[in-house]
Ligand binder design. Structure first.
Ligand code: SIN
Length: 291
């Protein structure tokens, strides 16, 4: 079957048909997938992939680049396949279930690190009967819609990202802070494949580098509000067997958590590394940004 595609929403995304990831993907089809992913601003859906194994999920994503082994979130990765992040509400062997809290704020993957994610590949294994949706927002479109004056200002700023997670124990939070010290990232980044600029924001950005949270908050809040307007957003309603691929360098996303928590939501994610970005902030700047 020939590869076919159509837009997923006005703002971003493409749905591709005619690719079965449980079978070898030809170089020609792979080139088409890469191309339409870039053309549609970094979001691609492939439905009906229930036949794909975990190994095939890893192998397919590895064709796009080097995979992250999720050292920043060791409790959430699969023990035998560290390339696989478990995004689910199932009890962990440790007796704690953290995966269900992943992504419950607007973010791009691994932003609070020195090697933020390039692409993410999220595979839906079991989905609740209703809800459990994920929203995606287009950061190229959001940046390009700002005035030239605001764009120029944002190019001069960096934001301090602090990784946190709601609902975790104080011990986990301490370990989390050790593994993920605050990092400053430029507020605007240039996509390596297209040269286009994109907003680099997220709700774990606490302050601009060198400023306090209360000085920074109004502009940070404005940017999140601006960038997540309906005209820039696509809302994905999951079906089991969906594989959704997104480019963290030009999108942000939010897992809505809009489902009955007694129902199972089971997803697995692989993550292709992006380029090194940002820098660790000094203890004084970290103190200021979290004060
Ligand atoms: C994530 O942020 O990678 C997870 C998104 C989701 O669970 O929908």
């Amino acid at each position: 079957m020939a590869v076919e595609w159509k837009p997923l929403s006005y703002s971003l995304g493409v749905e591709v048909r005619g690719v079965d990831l449980s079978r070898p993907v030809t170089d020609e089809d792979f080139a088409t997938l890469r191309r339409v992913l870039i053309e549609r601003d970094g979001l691609m859906l492939l439905r009906g992939q229930s036949g794909m194994t975990r190994e095939q999920h890893i192998a397919f994503s590895r064709r796009f680049g080097e995979l992250d082994t999720h050292d920043a979130v060791p409790l959430d990765r699969d023990r035998t396949h560290p390339e696989v992040l478990l995004v689910d509400n199932l009890p962990r062997p440790e007796g704690q279930s953290y995966g269900k809290m992943i992504g419950h704020e607007w973010h791009s993957d691994l932003a609070p690190s020195l090697r933020p994610a390039g692409l993410s590949f999220l595979r839906a294994i079991r989905v609740p009967p209703v809800g459990g949706d994920t929203q995606f927002a287009n950061m190229h479109a959001a940046f390009e819609a700002l005035s030239p004056g605001m764009q120029a200002l944002l190019r001069t700023l960096s934001a301090v990202f602090v990784r946190g997670r709601k609902g975790v124990t104080p011990e986990w939070e301490k370990e989390n802070r050790r593994l993920n010290p605050p990092v400053a990232q430029p507020l605007v980044r240039v996509h390596p494949d297209t040269g286009r600029e994109a907003l680099y924001i997220g709700e774990s950005a606490r302050a601009f580098e060198g400023m306090t949270p209360s000085e920074s908050r109004p502009l940070l809040d404005f940017l999140i509000r601006h960038a997540t307007q309906p005209r820039f957003v696509y809302r994905h309603r999951w079906q089991s067997g969906d594989l959704l691929v997104w480019d963290n360098r030009c999108t942000i996303h939010l897992a809505l958590g809009d489902y009955d928590p007694t129902e199972v939501r089971q997803m697995e994610r692989t993550t292709v590394k992006g380029h090194p970005s940002g820098h660790l902030v000094s203890p004084e700047v970290a103190e200021l940004a979290t004060s």
